[in-house]
Design a protein around this ligand. Sequence first.
Ligand code: PMP
Length: 360
Amino acid sequence: MDNRIHNFSAGPAALPLPVLKEVQKDLVSYRGEGLSVMEMSHRGKTFDGIIKDAEDLMKEIMGIPQGYKVIFMQGGATLQFATVPLNLLAEGQAADYINTGSWSTKAIKEAQLIGKKVNVIATSEDKNFSYIPKKFDISANAGYLHITSNNTIFGTQWSNFPQTGNVPLVCDMSSDINCRKIDVGQFALIYAGAQKNMGPSGVTIVIIREDMMEKSPANIPNLCSYKTIGSKDSLYNTPPTFGIYIIKLVLEWMKSVGGVEAIEKINREKASLLYDTIDATDFYTGTVEKDSRSLMNVPFRLPSEDLEKEFVAQALQNDIIGVKGHRSVGGIRASIYNAVSLDSIKTLVAFMKEFERKNG
Ligand code: PMP
């Protein structure tokens, strides 16, 4: 196992072992060039090939239709919370948001912070964000509708995305991008911090329909302008080169294992194993309504907080890391992103059964 631990961290999170090994092999001298990717010019031929490959592979793996651009930005998904309204809202125009948890709440607050008008057309806050709202009316003149496809902290996930007609659909896919096949054509803009399914922190992937790029006003910071960054193919300034290189390797790994369809199949198997274990006993309690359960983040509770503490401590002794729930909600959370193997899930499930046997 190369001394690898079973990593259920919420992000930064597990990366595929073949990717790490390839990085290790090429770290000191990338393909015999005598320097690492970290040390080479972002305007040189080699890096140019890497970033183009990353964009092309992203289009191929995700099935991105013609007329979309993939760009690499900085500032995490958090900067996108402001960047989206800065670019897409015309003077005086409001945007619709659906609030499904802490990250959507932050996206809403950030839009308001920069003086934009927001309509929260639905929220699941009434039941501690344990479900995805099904009923809402989209405002006909909204600049866009913003949703968060997967709620990393609460463990809910949209299974069917809303039909928005002429209103552009914007989605924060930070914690489930490429975990399953989706129709990118439904979206005007998708953004995702890389550090869960795609690579290291420090790079934000933005998939934008080209007509949306035209909306960027001239009087916003260049590094927040989709038009500026997009028209310069993510090379307006020095991009996070090493992170983009890793994204390319992760996409190559995805391709080598059969693409997003194959990964989705394994993800469903992984999630079922865990949810079935939770549902089979009263010792573990899932916190999310069944039809809103996430394929990526599986939160659950034990009978007491003391037992939860003990669970986390004993998990660590069994080479299982990262299962403590987010500090804002407590409990246990297993994040089972693409690079977390079925073998790791089986190890966790065996540990859960043993822990219950001893403490139930
Ligand atoms: N959105 C979602 C769904 C997230 O899970 C996170 C981070 N966990 C963020 C946004 C914030 O991302 P970042 O730390 O890259 O700004």
